[in-house]
Write a protein that binds this ligand. Structure first.
Ligand SMILES: NC(=O)CC[C@H](N)C(=O)O
Length: 387
């Protein structure tokens, strides 16, 4: 229920659908692509994932904010969503790790939210008609006026948002997953040889960096427009292509770099946007899904093994465009049979459309970090003549 001093807010979708609710977080107006996330946990990780830049996220889980927010659960240094839509909000968090309430946190970072919305009906609408632009506002309460602003906003298709979230400078990351949260101590202990990984930052999540560090990688994170020559100067054992927001086909500089890096024949691992960029570099195309996959229970696999995965994406690789002579599908999304993983037939190069680092989500796919480390180990042995 709204508090007695709740501020009224308006939500308008590009097709003219309107909902009225109350404001939480910052006041003002936010316009973006409205998408839904079905996860039952991890609202802070979702809000701070740079891949959501430009989007307003509907949370289908009915109450947000119960466990507050804390500095350790940030996937980047601030919330990255344009706005948030919730059924209900908890104003008084209760958790030993909480340092701030969710509404105060969003207010501090000027991110507007709206609650009191029938998120089930809204999600059904998006599922039926597809993801579309929308706006939430406390200052424009006239439906036609907000609709005009929503309809003037650019479509997500063709949008390069990487420049807004990539690191401006090179930095090194060496913090592994904290010991109390480490769920795979055996795998981690087995891979303590150190490898240098250059991570191309299209909007990287911190837990990817932590998982790479947990498996013994020293990670050098570089801006998205770093050239292949500069990357190879670090003499990396492997190259990582990160997740990120917007349309992958618009990230032409990243695609060109990935193409050039393929000819260096080093191990390459891509996650989500990284997977799509690798796909483009290998000669494939991407297309926009009707409403995307965002949640923590997406099944992925091919034949015997099925992983339950964490996902957040709008675009996918077009199977008809895949150059089958040198690339093969390693995983399918088992809900809709779209491509969820790729593998090069002769090079140590692979990628997944989902998020093996979870945060939030299940840990089924964590083995992919181990696989990346093993491919770097194998490449080292080949170079030194031990095979
Ligand atoms: N999480 C991601 O990297 C998302 C990739 C891309 N922006 C998409 O929506 O498909």
């Amino acid at each position: 229920m709204p508090q007695s001093d709740a501020i009224p807010a308006l939500l308008v979708l590009a097709d003219g659908t309107t909902y009225r609710g109350w404001s939480f977080g910052a006041t003002g107006t936010a316009i973006g692509e409205v998408v839904f996330n079905t996860g039952m946990t991890g609202y802070q990780e979702v809000l701070t994932d740079p891949s959501y830049c430009g989007q307003i996220v509907i949370f289908t889980y009915p109450e947000l904010g119960n466990t507050g927010v804390n500095p350790l659960d940030e996937e980047s240094e601030r919330p990255q969503v344009q706005g948030a839509i919730a059924r209900n909000i908890c104003h008084k968090p209760s958790n030993w790790r909480s340092t701030q309430s969710l509404p105060d946190y969003l207010k501090q970072h000027q991110v507007p939210g709206i609650y009191g919305i029938d998120t089930r009906a809204l999600t059904r609408k998006i599922r039926m008609f597809g993801a579309m632009n929308g706006g939430i506002s406390t200052s424009i309460l006239d439906e036609a006026e907000l609709l005009e602003k929503v309809q003037a906003a650019p479509s997500m298709k063709g949008l390069n948002l990487v420049r807004q979230v990539t690191t401006p400078t090179v930095y090194e990351w060496s913090d592994p997953t904290t010991a109390i949260w480490e769920f795979n101590p055996v795998g981690v202990a087995n891979s303590q040889e150190s490898f240098t990984v250059v991570a191309l930052d299209f909007g990287i999540k911190r837990n990817i960096l932590r998982r790479l560090a947990a498996y013994g990688c020293r990670v050098i994170v570089v801006p998205a427009d770093t050239s292949s020559e500069e990357i190879l100067k670090y003499n990396p054992d492997g190259i990582f292509l990160s997740n990120g927001p917007g349309d992958p086909s618009a990230v032409t500089e990243g695609i060109e770099t990935a193409k050039a890096l393929l000819s260096a024949e080093k191990p390459i691992f891509g996650i989500c946007m990284g997977h799509q960029i690798l796909g483009h570099a290998l000669g494939a195309e991407t297309f926009k899904l009707k409403f995307g996959h965002r949640g923590l229970n997406q099944p992925a696999g091919l034949q015997e093994r099925i992983e339950i995965t964490s996902q957040n994406h709008s675009f996918a690789i077009d199977p008809d465009s895949l150059p089958k002579t040198h690339v093969e599908i390693s995983h399918l999304n088992l809900n809709d049979r779209t491509i969820a993983g790729l593998r090069h037939k002769s090079l140590p190069v692979f990628s997944v459309q989902y998020h093996p680092e979870a945060s939030p989500g299940p840990h089924d796919a964590d083995y992919l970090f181990e696989k990346f480390v093993q491919s770097m180990q194998a490449a080292r042995s080949t170079v030194s003549g031990i095979s």
